[in-house]
Design a protein. Structure first.
Length: 268
């Protein structure tokens, strides 16, 4: 390919990339200005600006209770999925490769299966034992769909570790648990944190399973969905803006930790 054609191809690639990025962030460019509107209805562009709908969100006990419940469930999911997923990665790494591939495929099923089927199965189970509207049952169901992300993230980091580190710790007299925490865990920690962040937001943003399992107590996505159907107030824009900021900061922090860990591994 000649130099002119190469430059043209690069420019077209950059233009295509810019269009895709703009398409992805365009809703955010609409939501953020609306959230600072003082209008009574959703309107773009806003005719005047203020913090009216942020104050409305923070002073409404229904919104606050839904937010607290979502944080509680998501925090529980982050702990369950991260611990279970990390242990699964270690077990798969030490098991037979043939069975490991089959189990890895089984763990990844919640990514492929539509959540409505998972929700229906868990709902039938919960009704059978009288566990409807139970935060811990919801956390268990959310953990099932968050677990594959933890396994993928931590597993990718674990495959880059040098097994000689743990072997050296064992030679020096450390037991299996101590060898893992002293030699492998520090390198895995950024991936574990990133997996926990992903698990948290997988749970925090989930709606379908929560709709099946929760009735009296609403999570934040349930409250947003109900407001969309019944009222469509600008409070939604304020809530969405806060979620965008929190999610962006958390994912950026997780990515920063991952890059630092990767840089350390590359220096070895």
């Amino acid at each position: 390919m000649s130099g002119g054609r190469l430059i043209t191809a690069r420019r077209l690639g950059a233009l295509y990339f810019g269009v895709v990025v703009f398409y992805l962030i365009f809703p955010i460019l609409i939501i953020l200005p609306i959230s600072f509107s003082n209008n009574d209805f959703l309107r773009f562009p806003p005719s005047n600006f203020g913090l009216r709908w942020y104050r409305d969100y923070l002073s409404d006990p229904v919104w606050i209770d839904a937010t607290i419940l979502s944080f509680q469930v998501a925090a529980l999911v982050a702990v369950i999925a991260t611990v279970t997923g990390t242990l699964a990665v270690l077990a798969l790494a030490r098991g037979r490769p043939r069975f490991g591939r089959a189990i890895s495929g089984f763990i990844a099923l919640p990514i492929v299966i539509p959540h409505i089927f998972i929700a229906l199965g868990v709902f039938i189970f919960a009704v059978r034992f009288g566990w409807e509207d139970n935060m811990f049952v919801l956390a268990g169901a959310h953990s099932a769909i968050a677990l594959p992300f933890v396994v993928l993230i931590v597993g990718a980091s674990h495959r880059q570790l040098d097994p000689a580190l743990e072997q050296a710790a064992r030679v020096l007299g450390a037991g299996p648990v101590r060898a893992f925490f002293s030699a492998a865990f520090p390198s895995l920690l950024p991936a574990i944190v990133a997996g926990a962040v992903f698990a948290f937001f997988v749970s925090f943003d989930e709606l379908i399973i929560a709709q099946f399992l929760m009735s009296r107590n609403e999570t934040l996505p349930m409250r947003i969905w109900a407001d969309l159907r019944l009222e469509l107030r600008p409070t939604l824009a304020a809530v969405a803006s806060l979620l965008i900021v929190v999610t962006t900061l958390a994912l950026a922090g997780a990515e920063l930790l991952r890059r630092r860990a990767q840089a350390k591994l590359d220096q070895r």
